[in-house]
Ligand binder design. Structure first.
Ligand SMILES: Cc1ncc(COP(=O)(O)O)c(C=O)c1O
Length: 406
């Protein structure tokens, strides 16, 4: 038997059919196949088209507000007494999170493909807001599917989407969260392939979405490399980011995957704890197929998808992007988790020490920083991806703190 050739890079994936090892792929309805293939072709062409990059670069600077700063969190570093902590400030982007980087790329592709109607699914509402924003900017029709539970807990973002001219459709099926919103969006897409572009919000879905979204988000890691070289004259020692589907994390990680000296951590949502309700697909799941790709999923003994839970609507997904599943299996990235309670503590600590109110999603990453940093030497350089700001979470968190008399 001939041995499979060894990969010489962690950055080469996926293969032609969209596989990262045993993960990824393209499990879709026959009706979608022609559209997926034409999307793949459009993306292949755009990737090597200087005009596409020039136009996108202009929007990233003048509309999104890039580059986002790499900020030395001096007081957090002092407080924890170990590693030197830098925050990659994706929360300063227009619309308040990293989601806009990817949406811009996909909307530009939709325009190239002549698709006037955009659909999206959203959990916390950040991806929905980013999509509604860019549809307004380019005069496209926008429909956003959102679980009814998320509509309830992220009302500010629902108002924002409506103000931007989008139609928000509350999804009443299943657990009424992100997974169900994605099911509904896929159903819409099958019915309306002729004029509709599905703008997926994370590194999941059928090939080419996981690779395409990763590429659009990789600007986070590329800027971080340059900014860290400028600030410290060397690469960081570690990177850490929260994981819903995994797009902010993949965007930060990907440009560093071949730098053996850079340790990389992804943080899943452990909800009430890994033995209770949670959303940690790698820590508590196993490989299966959902939303067009094979990946780690939360499933019961019969293979039915289980409900995920996280205090943070953006992490409340029973799966993870297929490239993360592969990076876990090959051991390049270490996947940790943080509970709802730990995220709340981190939310408060960052707010009080740095004057930065983080979204509940990256608060999960900060929670693990609180544990890891004190054990590391003072010359250890750690970058945390601050994927979004906490404005959207303030009503939810203040209710929790008030009920506890804090
Ligand atoms: C601020 C923020 N961070 C992180 C996430 C999680 O998504 P991903 O893992 O794709 O970055 C979300 C999702 O809504 C979000 O709004």
């Amino acid at each position: 038997m001939t041995e499979a050739p060894k990969l010489n890079s962690f950055r080469n994936g996926p293969d032609e059919r969209g596989h990262f090892g045993q993960f990824g792929g393209r499990f879709v309805a026959e009706t979608l196949m022609p559209l997926i293939l034409s999307l793949e072709q459009a993306y292949k062409e755009a990737r090597v088209d200087p005009a596409f990059h020039k136009e996108m670069g202009g929007h990233l600077v003048h509309y999104v507000g890039r580059p986002s700063p790499l900020y030395f969190a001096e007081r957090l570093t002092e407080h924890l007494g170990g590693a030197k902590i830098y925050l990659k400030r994706e929360e300063l982007n227009h619309t308040g999170s990293h989601k806009v980087n990817n949406v811009l790329g996909q909307i530009m592709l939709a325009r190239r493909m002549g698709k006037p109607r955009i659909i999206a699914e959203t959990g916390a509402g950040q991806h929905g807001v980013a999509t509604a924003t860019l549809c307004a900017r380019f005069g496209l029709k926008c429909v956003v599917y959102m679980g009814a539970v998320d509509v309830e807990r992220q009302q500010a973002n629902v108002f924002r989407m409506k103000m931007l001219g989008a139609e928000v459709i509350p999804v009443q099926s299943g657990s009424k969260t992100l997974k169900d919103a994605m099911n509904e969006a896929l159903r819409d897409w099958v019915t309306n392939v002729h004029d509709t572009f599905y703008c997926i919000g994370t590194v999941a879905g059928p090939h080419p979405y996981p690779a395409m979204v990763r590429d659009f988000q990789s600007i986070i890691g590329r800027e971080t490399r340059e900014q860290m070289m400028a600030a410290e004259g060397r690469l960081p020692d570690s990177l850490i980011a929260c994981i819903g589907g995994g797009s902010n994390a993949m965007g930060l990680f990907h440009p560093f995957l071949d730098d053996a000296g850079v340790e990389i951590f992804g943080v899943e949502a452990a909800g009430h704890g890994l033995s209770g309700l949670h959303a940690a697909s790698i820590a508590g799941g196993r490989p299966g197929v959902l939303h067009g790709n094979r990946t780690y999923l939360l499933m019961d003994a019969d293979g039915q998808i289980e409900e995920a839970h996280s205090i943070s609507a953006g992490l409340d997904y029973p799966g993870i992007g297929p490239e993360h599943s592969w990076l876990h299996d090959v051991g390049r990235v270490t996947y940790l988790s943080a509970t709802d309670e730990e995220a709340l503590e981190a939310f408060q600590l960052l707010s009080r020490l740095e004057g930065i109110i983080p979204a509940l999603e990256p608060a999960h990453a900060i929670a693990r920083v609180i544990e890891l940093a004190p054990k590391l030497p003072r010359d250890h350089l750690m970058v945390v991806n601050l994927s979004g700001r906490g404005d959207k979470d303030v009503p939810q968190v203040s209710e929790i703190f008030e009920s506890r008399g804090r």
